[in-house]
Design a binder for this molecule. Sequence first.
Ligand SMILES: *[C@@H]1O[C@H](CO)[C@@H](O)[C@H](O)[C@H]1NC(C)=O
Ligand SMILES: *[C@@H]1O[C@H](CO)[C@@H](O)[C@H](O)[C@H]1NC(C)=O
Ligand SMILES: *[C@@H]1O[C@H](CO)[C@@H](O)[C@H](O)[C@H]1NC(C)=O
Ligand SMILES: *[C@@H]1O[C@H](CO)[C@@H](O)[C@H](O)[C@H]1NC(C)=O
Ligand SMILES: *[C@@H]1O[C@H](CO)[C@@H](O)[C@H](O)[C@H]1NC(C)=O
Ligand SMILES: *[C@@H]1O[C@H](CO)[C@@H](O)[C@H](O)[C@H]1NC(C)=O
Ligand SMILES: *[C@@H]1O[C@H](CO)[C@@H](O)[C@H](O)[C@H]1NC(C)=O
Length: 824
Amino acid sequence: MKKDLCILLVVMLLLIFLPEDIQSCDSITVKSPIILGSHLTATCTVSKTLCRGLEEEEFQFQWKLDNEFIPSTQYVQPFKNSTIVTFSKFSKTSAMLSCYITGVNKQLQLIDRKYIKAGYPPSPPSNLTCLLDLTSYFLKCAWQFGRDPLIDTNVTLLSIKLNNSCEIPDENKVDVNIIENKTSGLIQRDHFNPYKKLALWVTAVNALGSAASPVLCLVPAYEVKLDPPITNKATASVQSCVRIQWERGKKGSFIRSQEYQLRYRREEEKKWTEPLDIVGTLQETELCGLLSARMYHLQLRSIRATKTGEWSEWGPETLIMTLESAPIGKLETWWTQKESKEGLPRKILLMWKELRREDANALFVWYIVKISSGRDVIVCNTTALNCSFPAPKGVIRATIWAYNMAGHSQGTEIVFLQKAGEAVSSIRVSSKNSNSLYVTWVPKLSAIGYIIEWCKTSSNPDCEINWKKEPEGSSTSVLNDNVEPYQRYTVRLYPLYKEYVGSPVSADVYSIQRAPDKAPKLTLIRAAKTEVELSWKPVPMESLHGFLTGYTIFWTDPTGNEQYMDLKDSSGGYVIRNLEPLTVYKVVLRISSSGGSTTGTVMTIHTTLFDAMEVSVLIGILSLACVMIFVVVFILYIMKHERVKNRFWPSIPDPANSSMGKWDSVEQEKPRLAFNTKDVNQIITSDITILDGLAVKKPTTLELSKNSPFLKQDYSQKCNGQSQFTMENINTLKSYVNVADTVQYAKVISGGYREQSPPSSLYVRSDSTQPLLGDASPSPKNYENMWFHCHSQEDSVFFMEEQSQTDFPLLQALKIQYEGEAFS
Ligand SMILES: *[C@@H]1O[C@H](CO)[C@@H](O)[C@H](O)[C@H]1NC(C)=O
Ligand SMILES: *[C@@H]1O[C@H](CO)[C@@H](O)[C@H](O)[C@H]1NC(C)=O
Ligand SMILES: *[C@@H]1O[C@H](CO)[C@@H](O)[C@H](O)[C@H]1NC(C)=O
Ligand SMILES: *[C@@H]1O[C@H](CO)[C@@H](O)[C@H](O)[C@H]1NC(C)=O
Ligand SMILES: *[C@@H]1O[C@H](CO)[C@@H](O)[C@H](O)[C@H]1NC(C)=O
Ligand SMILES: *[C@@H]1O[C@H](CO)[C@@H](O)[C@H](O)[C@H]1NC(C)=O
Ligand SMILES: *[C@@H]1O[C@H](CO)[C@@H](O)[C@H](O)[C@H]1NC(C)=O
């Protein structure tokens, strides 16, 4: 068993020290640590006794620093069994130096290796300070080193208890204190006496050297850092002063003699003032020279009156508002005059700039404007920055004061003189960015300043005026207030002279431009055969957003052929000519400004077939034709008058115009008249000799028809009423008797016209001796007057038979005459 174990151990050892690593040689001799950057030499010697197993007498050496072979120029081989390598400047803080030999089978064999460190000797520790911790009663010390030694350095804090003098007697015992880390240490309570002197210093030792700090001599109890004071009360005392009271901080409050420092800042500032020493050890002070009506932040800190130890931290902030005081300074003013109607006093708008905060001396400021016309009149008491008032004639100046709770400023006088002085020769306004404008002008030598006025150009004349004052000699200005993009501004520049104001020079500008909001709506004024007239309302200034460059009107016919017209002027209308008649056109209006173009909606327009001229000519012709037709109708009417008249007003024969004498001529025409009995239906009944005494004027027209039952009926009904009247008349008529020498067969009596009785004729029996015709009671024939049937046959017997017509020439003639009338 034991033998086995031994074999195992040997094997393990063999494994550990495997071929090329022969550590036991300890062949390299080199110095470490060394000073960084210094000269270094290292020797590697192979001793057969140390490095067992090396049979050769002569070796091939090689050096390696970390993982890199060192060039052979850097080392020599003074003996067969050793080599020396030289570094003129060793610049690594730490490195592994290895020595190799080339073995039997040309293999590298490590002989030895050494770790080399480089660094510096310690620099003397400095800034040794100690503070007595008032809770643990340790004296805590801290110091600093200059250059880092880079190599292991031992630091020691040493102290010696002293009595009243800082002189260190030779035989005194040195206490070695606790080192926390390389830059701090603690001195325990038993190594010092709080109220006696203590000497202490720090030493630093390393392989390259040693150093010690200067000796610090202190009384531990004085080396304290107090708690900051606590502010009890802070009040704004007289104007621009503040009174503060405080108490000592908790830690170290037993230390009666403390000194204090104060620092402050205004609310809007970030930086604190330099600490102010508070004289004396009273726990209150007054701080003066502050601005009025401002919020201030204050802080305090304290230290032992011996000024040993450290200042406490700054205490909590105290806020305090200083008191107001009367405003100071002059107001910057400007004014404009508004046009007023006849008879009314002119209106003046007075404007001023807000007092600077440091001049206002209060949070709340108001302004009073007075004009003097005989006596002083307050026209405005306002917190706004403008005042509008009517200025009666003779009032040419106003005075403005700024007020606050503490008082008022000096008055600023404004004289309202005509702004008619010399103007600047030119002004140029350009855009700086979308919210500001840049103005340049040629300065006037005599001008003592300039006022720049700008406001939105709009249709409304009462724009909000912005203004700015520029000092004498200036020639540029940047306008930032109330400048909006895409809005047009009118900028006016007034030079100010000692006694008067110059007249303005103005320019219009946009900070940036864009296309107008929308194109105006097209309105069709007139559409004709080959032209259409369109109009549009101008776009209001507010929605233009750029300088108007013009309009373009496009029109497209149904085939898609587009034409357009650029209209440079801003006129609100255009007539498109040379269009096709009776065609639909699409019309679009585009409005362009320097910032772009906007196209409106498409309007569809129909051209007409005729021109207005043609239409009127056509209408003329048509109306002429109408008139002519009317005239013709009228003439026809006149010509056919009688017939028409008879249609509606039955004609009554005029006895005055009747004469039997005319019958002859009628009779002569008889042969011409040949008609058959069938035509009788259409024949209008006869006229007729009319008896005098009957007030009848119109001839009776009757159209008798067998087929007209209405007529028959009518007659039969009326018969009875009629009979009496006629009988009466007959009696009277009986006196009209044909004399023997007159050829008179019958007389026809007409009547009833006035009474609207059915037209009828009365035939009176003649005294003629001529035999009467035929049958005494024939049934009425179609042309017969029904009247006869109502009366006794003996009174009126008259039969009209075809045969008898020929036998009655006169009656025949009577009939013919009517017929002729009817057919004429
Ligand atoms: C190395 O060789 C030299 C002579 O060549 C000899 O004197 C010396 O003893 C040798 N050193 C060792 C350690 O063997
Ligand atoms: C010692 O302290 C002073 C001031 O506190 C400082 O300026 C100086 O750099 C410090 N010295 C070292 C070595 O840090
Ligand atoms: C300080 O005083 C004590 C007692 O009075 C004395 O023993 C000590 O030697 C004194 N030390 C020095 C440095 O004088
Ligand atoms: C050393 O210790 C002190 C106190 O413990 C500490 O404030 C300081 O930061 C430490 N310094 C370093 C380098 O660690
Ligand atoms: C540092 O101190 C330790 C322990 O006290 C000691 O072993 C070491 O040698 C010292 N180092 C130096 C460089 O003095
Ligand atoms: C002006 O107005 C303020 C605030 O409203 C007021 O306190 C003050 O009395 C007014 N002054 C005059 C002179 O009316
Ligand atoms: C006057 O001031 C008021 C309040 O600041 C303001 O609303 C008004 O627009 C100003 N009037 C003019 C004309 O500037």
